[in-house]
Design a protein around this ligand. Structure first.
Ligand SMILES: Cc1cc2nc3c(=O)[nH]c(=O)nc-3n(C[C@H](O)[C@H](O)[C@H](O)COP(=O)(O)OP(=O)(O)OC[C@H]3O[C@@H](n4cnc5c(N)ncnc54)[C@H](O)[C@@H]3O)c2cc1C
Length: 624
C-alpha cells in the first residue's frame, strides 16, 4: 500500500502519518528545491566539467528535489556525464501522487511522467531506476533511513537533508543517522538543509560538518549550508572493495548478454572497450531463439529471488528503451505452474502482487487454453507474473553493442598475461590480440579454462548445463495459450523470430556436464513429455509438427548465483568476471554490468550491499 497524501484546499500536500506538510505552500516546494538544496550545495557550478556527480537525499517524499536536480542537469551544457541520485524513503507515495504533486510545474511534468512510469514495485530494499539513456540513475532506498543508509555504498558529493520537522519525525534527524550520512561523504561534500533546530546543528557539527548560515527560501529567512571537513581522516568505504578507478581501457571477453551489457555500462562511463569474441555476438547461450523473463519466487524471499527481481526491473527498462515491443520483446506476463503446491510460496510476503500473485488454485477461470492439465486432474499452484514476458536475447545484445558503439573483434582468447600493469589477451600462437587496464571475463563456459592460464581457479562448483529447445512457426488451429507458461519446462506461445515470423518455442532440457551441441532426439522427446504435463492439449497439437532444434550451453555456479566483479584484487588486480548466469542471464546481466561499474567508480550500488557481496566473484576463491 502506497503512503496516502492529503491535499489541502490550497493544493499543499500533507502527510496524515506525520501530521505535517511536505512543503509549506505549492510554490515553496520548487523554491526550496532550487534555493535551499541546489544553490545550497553550489549546484550546478560544482558539478560542471566533472565525469560524475552524486547526490544523496534523506527523504525522497514527492520527488520534487530529484526532478528539479534532474531538470537542472538536463539544461546545463557543462553537466557531468553521469548524475547519481540516491534517496531514502520509508513511506513511498504512489506514482499518481508524484504526478499530482507536479501538476503546477509545467516544465517538470515530462520528467515526472518518466519517474511515475518507473515508480512502482517499490518493496523494502534498494531499487535502481534509470533515465536519459542510463545517464541519470536514481537509487531508491526503501525502508527506515538509518538502516538503509548503513547498507549504502559509495561516496557522495552533495547531500540534501530534507524531511518532516524533528518533532514530527525525529528518526530523520538523530545524531546516529547524521553520522551515517557523514560516512558517505568525502572531504568537501556540501550539505544543505532548511532545518535550523539546535539538535540538528549540534549533530552535524559532531559528525564533522562545518556550518555556515545563508539566506533561506521564503518563508524561512535562513538556512544552513555545511561542508564536510572533519578534524579526523574520513574513512570511506568501510566494506572491502577496490579503490575507485578513472575510466581507462577494458578488455571484455565474450559477446553474449554478459559481455555486451558490460561494454554498454562501461562505455557510458568513458571506458575504451576492446571486445573479443571467438565466433560472433550471441554465438553462445545468448543465441537462444527466445528467453523468458520473470522473478524467481521462494518461500523466504532469498538472495536469488531478490537478485532476480532487481535484475528484472533493469532489463525490462532497457528493453522498453532499446527494443521494439512485440518484435524483440513483450512484457505480456508469464504464468508459472508449480506441481509442488505444498506451501512452497511465501504466503505472507507483503506487496508480492506488485511482481506476482497467486493465480487461482486451479487456473480454470483464466482462459480455456490455460486450464489444460488442471482439468485433466493434475494439481497446480499457479503464479501470475504480471511483470514478465519474453525477450529475444540476441536483439538485446545487438542493441547494447550498437548503443555502446562497440564492434566485437572475432578472435578466440587462448590465454591471458599480465604485463606492465595491463592485461594482454593472447591467441593460440601467443600473439597479442588486445590489451587493457581491466579485463572482464564474460566468456561463460570457457571462463574457468581462461582463469587457469593465470593460475586462478574457480573453486569446484562451476558447472556446464547443456540445454535444448525447439521452435516452429505458428499455424492456424494451433492450440496455444495466450501467454507464456513455465514450470517444469516452458512454452512461449508466440514470439517474432529474426525473420519476422511468428513462432512458438518449448523446452528446455538440462543435461549436466555435457558439452556437445548436436541436437538429440531424446532431448526433444523429453521436452515434449514435459510440455504434455504442463499443457497437455498444446503438446498434442504440436506433436509431429515440423520443429527446429536449438542447443546451447549454460554456465552456472553451485549456489545458483552469478560470479561478478573482481576475483581477488591483491593477487590478480584488474581481473574481473561477469559470468555464471545459469538459466537467468536475461534478468542478471545488465544489473551485473551496473554493479561492476559501481564497484569500479565507488558509485552507489544498484542493489543492497549484502546482495552485492553474495554475487561477488571473490566469494569462490579459496583463501590462502
Ligand atoms: C536452452 C536454454 C534455455 C535458456 N532459457 C533462458 C530463459 O528463458 N531466460 C533466461 O534469462 N535465460 C535463459 N537461458 C540462459 C541464458 O541464455 C544465459 O544465461 C545467457 O545467455 C548467458 O550469457 P553469457 O553472455 O554469460 O554467455 P554466452 O551467451 O554463452 O556468451 C559467451 C560468449 O563468449 C564467447 N567466448 C567463449 N570463450 C571465448 C574465448 N576464449 N575468447 C573469446 N570469446 C569467447 C562465446 O563465443 C560466446 O559468444 C537459457 C539457456 C539455454 C541454453
Amino acid at each position: 500500500m502506497a503512503e496516502p497524501v492529503v491535499w489541502l484546499d490550497d493544493g499543499t500536500p500533507a502527510s496524515p502519518h506525520f501530521k505535517d506538510c511536505y512543503r509549506s505552500s505549492v510554490q515553496q516546494g520548487r523554491l526550496q528545491a532550487e534555493q535551499v538544496f541546489l544553490a545550497g550545495c553550489g549546484l550546478p557550478a560544482a558539478w560542471q566539467g566533472q565525469p560524475q556527480w552524486r547526490i544523496l537525499e534523506n527523504g525522497f517524499g514527492l520527488g520534487l528535489n530529484f526532478l528539479v536536480s534532474w531538470q537542472c542537469w538536463r539544461t546545463d551544457p557543462q553537466r557531468p556525464t553521469l548524475l547519481h541520485y540516491a534517496a531514502t524513503e520509508a513511506y513511498p507515495v504512489s506514482a499518481s501522487e508524484l504526478l499530482h504533486a507536479c501538476r503546477v510545474y509545467n516544465d517538470l511534468l515530462p520528467l515526472a511522467l518518466e519517474l511515475a512510469r518507473q515508480f512502482e514495485g517499490l518493496l523494502p530494499g534498494v531499487h535502481r531506476l534509470a533515465f536519459d539513456g542510463g545517464r541519470v540513475l536514481l537509487t531508491l532506498l526503501i525502508g527506515p533511513a538509518e538502516r538503509m543508509l548503513r547498507t549504502l555504498d559509495g561516496s557522495f558529493d552533495s547531500v540534501y537533508l530534507d524531511g518532516f520537522a524533528p518533532d514530527r519525525n525525529p528518526q530523520m534527524w538523530e545524531p546516529a543517522l547524521l553520522q551515517t550520512i557523514a560516512r558517505r561523504c568525502r572531504r568537501g561534500t556540501q550539505l544543505a538543509t532548511p532545518m535550523l533546530a539546535q539538535g540538528v546543528i549540534d549533530g552535524l557539527r559532531q559528525s564533522g560538518f562545518e556550518l555556515h548560515k545563508a539566506d533561506g527560501a521564503a518563508p524561512k529567512a535562513d538556512q544552513f549550508i555545511a561542508s564536510y571537513q572533519p578534524a579526523w581522516q574520513p574513512r570511506l568505504s568501510p566494506r572491502s572493495r577496490p579503490a575507485a578507478r578513472a575510466p581507462g581501457s577494458a578488455l571484455v571477453i565474450g559477446a553474449g548478454l554478459a559481455g555486451a551489457a558490460v561494454a554498454a555500462s562501461l562505455t557510458r562511463r568513458g571506458w575504451q572497450i576492446s571486445l573479443l569474441e571467438a565466433e560472433r555476438p550471441s554465438a553462445g547461450a545468448s543465441g537462444l531463439p527466445v528467453g523468458l523473463l520473470s522473478a524467481h519466487v521462494s518461500p523466504d524471499d532469498g538472495l536469488l529471488s531478490r537478485w532476480s527481481r532487481a535484475g528484472l526491473r533493469i532489463t525490462l527498462a532497457q528493453a522498453e528503451r532499446l527494443l521494439e515491443a512485440q518484435n524483440h520483446y513483450s512484457a505480456c506476463g508469464v504464468l508459472q505452474r508449480r506441481f509442488d503446491a505444498t506451501g512452497a510460496l511465501p504466503r505472507d510476503w507483503p506487496k508480492a502482487g506488485q511482481y506476482w500473485s497467486r493465480a487461482a488454485g486451479t487456473v480454470a477461470g483464466l482462459e480455456p487454453t490455460l486450464s489444460q492439465g488442471a482439468s485433466d486432474g493434475a494439481t497446480f499452484e499457479s503464479i501470475w507474473h504480471a511483470r514478465g514476458g519474453w525477450i529475444r536475447p540476441s536483439a538485446l545484445v545487438s542493441a547494447w553493442l550498437s548503443e555502446a558503439g562497440v564492434c566485437a573483434q572475432t578472435a578466440k582468447v587462448d590465454r591471458l598475461l599480465r604485463q606492465d600493469g595491463q592485461w594482454l589477451a593472447l591467441d593460440a600462437t601467443g600473439a597479442e590480440l588486445a590489451r587493457g587496464d581491466l579485463v572482464v571475463l564474460a566468456n561463460a563456459t570457457d571462463c574457468a579454462r581462461l582463469l587457469a592460464t593465470v593460475g586462478a581457479h574457480i573453486e569446484a562448483g562451476g558447472q556446464i548445463l547443456r540445454g535444448q529447445v525447439c521452435w516452429g512457426e505458428v499455424q492456424p488451429g494451433d492450440l496455444l495459450p495466450p501467454v507464456p507458461v513455465n514450470g517444469h519446462g516452458h512454452l512461449v506461445p508466440s514470439f517474432r523470430n529474426e525473420n519476422g515470423h511468428t513462432c512458438w518455442q518449448f523446452g528446455a532440457s538440462f543435461d549436466r556436464d555435457q558439452t556437445d551441441l548436436q541436437p538429440r532426439p531424446q532431448s526433444h522427446a523429453d521436452n515434449l513429455s514435459k510440455l504434455a504435463q504442463l499443457l497437455p492439449h498444446t503438446a498434442q497439437s504440436l506433436t509431429g509438427r515440423q520443429a527446429q532444434p536449438w542447443v546451447g550451453l549454460r554456465y552456472a555456479y553451485k549456489d545458483h548465483l552469478p560470479l561478478i566483479g573482481p576475483l581477488d584484487e591483491s593477487r590478480w588486480p584488474g581481473l574481473w568476471l561477469s559470468t555464471a548466469y545459469g538459466s537467468r542471464g536475461l534478468a542478471g546481466t545488465s544489473l551485473a554490468a551496473e554493479l561492476i561499474a559501481a564497484w569500479l567508480h565507488e558509485e552507489p550500488l544498484p542493489v543492497e550491499g549484502r546482495l552485492a557481496l553474495a554475487v561477488s566473484a571473490g566469494r569462490q576463491i579459496p583463501r590462502s
